[in-house]
Design a protein around this ligand. Structure first.
Ligand SMILES: [Zn+2]
Length: 336
C-alpha cells in the first residue's frame, strides 16, 4: 500500500479528504453488551500467527514466482478445508514496468443465501522490492505484516466459521492479489496520454471492484485488514474509511473499545491512504473501512519503519496485536 497517491485520485474525482481529529467519545452501546446474548467463538492468535508463518515460509509471494503460485494453492485449499465456497478469479495485467503479471483474487463465501453480507479482505501478494531499505532495494520482502498478517487473521476467522455456529450475516472473505506491485521508489509515476495517472497499486481490488465474482454483488459493508500484526500497532480511523464509511468505523472502534482494546484502536482520525478499500468504495460502491497501522511519529511518513523493508519479517509479528484485531472483527461480524 502506498501513501499520498490518494490525493491524485481524488482531485480528479472532486473529493477531498479532511483529516480533522475526532474527539467524540465512543458510543459504548454499540459494543458486545448492548444486544441479546450472542456467543462469539474465541479467536486464537496462535493459529493466526501460524498462518502468517506458513505464508512467509513459502518465500516472498511476488506475482509470477513459484512462491506466489504455491501460496495461492495453499490459501485455496485451506479455505476449502474450512468449508467455504471458494472462487478463484484469475486475471492478467501489465505492471508499471511493462511486465505481464498473472494474478488470482481468492474469494471464500459463507452462508451464500444470506442477503445481508459482510465483506472481509486483505491482500496476499507481497512487495517485490525492499525499496525503503538502504541496501538490497531490489530484493523482495517477507511481507509478514504487509500482506501476511491480514491473511493470517482472515484464515483464522475462516477456521472459526467452519467449526462454530455462524453469524446471521453472510460472510465473504476476499484475498486480493497485486496490491503491492506499485512503482519502485526510484520511479516516477508516468501520466498516461489522457493525463490521468494510472494507479499501479491495488490491481486485484481494482479488477474485482469492476468485475465482481458474482454479477451485481454487494455487501452491507466491508472491513479491510492491512498491517495488523506488528507489536504495539495503533489503528487510527483512516481518512478514506471516514470519507466513505464513517459509521462502519465508529461501529468497529466502539466494539474494540468494549473489548478493552482502546490502546490499539485509537479514537482519532489519520490521513487517508491508497489501499484496496478505496476501489471497493469507489467502484463497487460498498462502504469499506481499512484497519491499517498508522504511526504518527514515523520518520518515513505513516507506516512503521519495517514498511517495504526486509525488517517486515516474523520478528515484528505480535500475537497480542493479532488478538486485538481478530477478536474485534469477530465480535463485529457476530453482532451483525
Ligand atoms: Zn505494501
Amino acid at each position: 500500500m502506498i501513501k499520498q497517491l490518494i490525493f491524485i485520485l481524488f482531485i480528479s474525482a472532486g473529493i477531498f479528504f479532511g483529516c480533522e481529529s475526532s474527539k467524540k467519545p465512543v458510543d459504548q452501546s454499540a459494543g458486545r453488551n448492548s444486544k441479546k446474548a450472542i456467543t462469539v467463538p474465541s479467536f486464537n492468535s496462535d493459529s493466526a500467527y501460524y498462518f502468517i508463518q506458513k505464508q512467509v515460509d513459502f518465500g516472498p509471494r511476488v506475482p509470477n514466482t513459484d512462491a506466489h503460485i504455491v501460496c495461492g494453492e495453499y490459501l485455496v485449499n485451506q479455505l476449502k478445508s474450512y468449508n467455504a465456497i471458494v472462487t478463484v478469479q484469475k486475471f492478467s495485467e501489465q505492471a508499471y514496468n511493462g511486465t505481464m503479471l498473472h494474478f488470482k483474487n481468492i474469494i471464500a463465501t459463507y452462508n451464500p443465501k444470506a442477503r445481508k453480507r459482510v465483506l472481509l479482505a486483505a491482500h496476499w501478494d507481497t512487495r517485490p522490492y525492499a525499496d525503503k531499505d538502504v541496501e538490497g532495494r531490489y530484493e523482495p520482502i517477507d511481507g509478514a505484516n504487509d500482506g501476511g498478517s491480514g491473511v493470517g487473521v482472515l484464515l483464522e476467522i475462516a477456521r472459526i466459521l467452519s467449526k462454530n455456529e455462524k453469524p446471521n450475516a453472510g460472510i465473504d472473505i476476499i484475498l486480493f492479489d497485486g496490491e503491492d506491485y506499485g512503482e519502485h521508489e526510484d520511479v516516477e509515476n508516468t501520466p498516461l496520454k489522457n493525463n490521468l495517472v494510472k494507479i499501479w497499486w491495488c490491481l486485484g481490488s481494482q479488477y474485482w471492484s469492476k468485475n465482481p465474482h458474482i454479477p451485481k454483488y454487494s455487501a452491507y459493508y466491508g472491513i479491510l485488514l492491512d498491517m495488523v500484526g506488528a507489536s504495539n500497532a495503533r489503528f487510527f480511523k483512516e481518512g478514506g474509511s471516514m470519507q466513505f464509511a464513517p459509521k462502519v468505523a465508529q461501529k468497529v472502534w466502539a466494539t474494540a473499545r468494549s473489548l478493552g482494546y482502546s490502546n490499539y484502536f485509537i479514537n482519532t482520525n489519520s490521513p487517508g491512504i491508497m489501499d484496496d478499500h478505496i476501489f471497493v468504495n469507489r467502484d463497487a460502491k460498498i462502504p469499506m473501512i481499512d484497519i491499517v497501522e498508522y504511526d504518527p511519529d514515523s520518520p518515513t511518513y505513516y507506516f512503521g519503519d519495517y514498511h517495504h523493508t526486509r525488517k517486515d519479517n516474523m520478528s515484528i509479528i505480535d500475537k497480542q496485536t493479532l488478538q486485538a484485531v481478530g477478536e474485534t472483527v469477530l465480535y463485529t461480524i457476530y453482532y451483525e
